[in-house]
Design a protein around this ligand. Sequence first.
Ligand code: FMN
Length: 216
Amino acid sequence: MKILLISASPRGQSSTTLRLAREVARATQALVSEVQLSQLRIGFCQACNFCHRKIMNCPLKDDAFSVLHKMLESDGIILATPNYLNQVTGPLKTLMDRSSHFVHCLRLLGKYVAGVVTSGGGQDEPVLNYLKEYANFCGAQYSGGVSAQATAAFEKFALASNLGQRLAEDIQKKSVYPEQARLIEKLKKHFGQLIELRKNEWVEEYAYWKKQLSLQ
Ligand SMILES: Cc1cc2nc3c(=O)[nH]c(=O)nc-3n(C[C@H](O)[C@H](O)[C@H](O)COP(=O)(O)O)c2cc1C
């Protein structure tokens, strides 16, 4: 079982969010790899649609797609971000924007995501909800989230550990969260129709759809 921890704090090893996320990762008892977005060069999406024509390709030659490939190779993904103005940090949003092919082709189907958020004030629900929404939009199910006020993050270590265990169990048992599964089915229908409409333009996404998704 492979787990990828994506840390979106700019504070490196000092990040409280990363510490909490490592507790989630530890509890999965799986093989964990870690990516710190602040150490990478990830540029803004230019909306050129190239990645829809040639999948897993982009004219920007930076580190975005190496992270996206790691996501594809994982069974579970831990998205860890501080709350910045009730949103994920800029580097994580930038990575998400670069992953629009994942949304069109539900590339994270069958995978599970856990969310980890810390903040100064503790009002983290909107950020966790956004992580869940992103996971579902990419076809993944969301095992749950843990959040903490930075000054008391250690109090949430037990919850983080529970979340890690749940993530591992979901992967092993291929759990189905019915409400999320229904949403993913709806999204699949929507993007299937969109790609059918644009099939002459988004050639490789159309081919992927035909081969991998049409029969599911
Ligand atoms: C640019 C910026 C925006 C922030 N916005 C919020 C916010 O809207 N609400 C909040 O409670 N804390 C906010 N914080 C505080 C961080 O979320 C908090 O310190 C967090 O625990 C930092 O995590 P880290 O140690 O993993 O980097 C903000 C911090 C920064 C630098």
